[in-house]
Design a protein around this ligand. Structure first.
Ligand SMILES: NC(=O)c1ccc[n+]([C@@H]2O[C@H](COP(=O)([O-])OP(=O)(O)OC[C@H]3O[C@@H](n4cnc5c(N)ncnc54)[C@H](O)[C@@H]3O)[C@@H](O)[C@H]2O)c1
Length: 351
């Protein structure tokens, strides 16, 4: 058996600590260093018994990790990942892949040119529940996919917005939260070719959206709608429905995605399916339903295990920089559609 992969953590805040919690449960990898200029980070590195650096470039040079997890603020993602690629070190980069498409494209190009892999942290794709939904949709269980309904409606407490950057333009739920749902819709339902959108900040009045309605046109002809709000006392979201993260009390019977096709329908995360048992069954016949016993597993742990294999060049990243850049392009198209009142197409990302 090969020796554990030595992984360094750049950014030991909320998300970095979650990665550490899962990393220490793995036998195939160990944490070897922390790089974070923040005031808590040196004490964490001491507690975790690993080398501490304020600067990640110094860490790359001296600790020489086999791979790196980048969980620092969004606007540092691309430059930090580029520094890792220049050192030949594979990266698990938290989402979003970058804050704009130009820098995301640069990362895609450098990852391709150097051959050093980047896995982007759209971790929900690693959830077995999503893997099964993907298998059902792509295996034809729904017939021709026709309508897609996505819900992300919950309430963040006022205290969440005491952190100043969370009230600033660009840091709203589109880039922070709905990006995960949009990534899953691309993964499950196919690429989106056009969007229309309306956003509003009427609940809190901050510089970013707290309410959004989006229309999606998929390249396979399916049509979708997504409604999102982080200011409503409602139970519909992946976070509340899936049970993936125990910090959110679960609403197990409430769906967040409803996919319907000519041959059947599927609610996620329940994995409840409907279909007619008679040939040419219609609304006068009983619509039979079944539910599969797939439980949400620790997607972050599964993502880390996948990353170890990516870093060892055993598999391609499930979410490459180019793939994540396409999700970012979709977010940008929605923002542009909301600003202009026009239908917009996501920018094309090569690679
Ligand atoms: N996958 C998910 O579901 C998910 C959830 C939450 C956050 N995130 C992402 O994780 C990232 C971090 O978010 P967070 O909630 O942990 O934020 P956070 O503020 O808790 O942590 C950020 C950390 O980065 C450190 N940092 C700042 N500048 C740095 C630098 N130059 N080099 C290294 N470290 C630096 C800070 O000191 C802090 O410890 C963000 O990109 C966010 O989008 C992802």
């Amino acid at each position: 058996m090969s020796s554990p992969l030595r992984i360094a953590l750049i950014g030991a805040g909320n998300m970095g600590q979650q990665h550490y919690r899962h990393l220490k449960s793995l036998t195939e990898a160990i944490l070897c260093a922390v790089a974070d200029p923040g005031s808590q980070a040196a004490a964490l590195a001491e507690e975790w018994d690993v080398a501490y650096f304020a600067d990640h470039c110094q860490m790359l040079e001296q600790a020489r990790p086999d791979a790196v997890i980048v969980a620092n603020p969004n606007n540092l993602h691309v430059q930090t990942a580029l520094d890792c690629l220049a050192a030949g070190v594979p990266v698990l980069l938290e989402k979003p892949v970058g804050v704009n498409l130009d820098e995301a494209r640069e990362l895609v190009a450098v990852s391709k040119a150097t051959g050093v892999p980047v896995l982007v942290g759209h971790h929900r794709r690693h959830n077995p529940l999503i893997a099964r939904a993907h298998e059902l949709v792509h295996g034809g269980a729904l017939g021709r996919l026709t309508t897609v309904t996505a819900l992300w409606q919950l309430r963040k407490p006022d205290s969440y917005f005491e952190t100043p950057w969370r009230r600033e333009a660009g840091a709203g739920m589109l880039l922070t939260n709905l990006i995960h749902d949009l990534d899953l819709l691309r993964h499950l339902c196919g690429e989106v070719v056009q969007v229309q959108a309306v956003t509003s900040n009427a609940i809190r009045g901050f510089a970013n959206e707290d309410n959004a309605a989006v229309l999606l046109q998929f390249d396979n002809g399916a049509l979708g709608s997504m409604t999102g709000s982080d200011g409503v006392a409602a139970p519909w979201s992946w976070e509340l429905g899936s049970g993936e993260n125990p910090v959110y009390p679960r609403q197990a019977d409430q769906p967040c995605y409803l996919l319907a096709g000519t041959g059947g329908a599927l609610s996620i995360p329940q994995l409840k399916r409907w279909h007619y048992t008679e040939v040419d069954g219609g609304w006068h016949q009983v619509l039979a339903s079944t539910q599969e016993p797939v439980t949400a597993d620790e997607a972050l742990r599964l993502q880390l295990q996948h990353f170890v294999r990516v870093a060892r060049r055993e598999v391609e990243p499930l979410v490459s920089a180019a793939d994540a850049a396409r999700t970012l392009a979709l977010v940008e198209a929605i923002r542009q559609a909301a600003e202009t009142g026009r239908a917009c197409a996501p920018s094309v990302i090569e690679g």
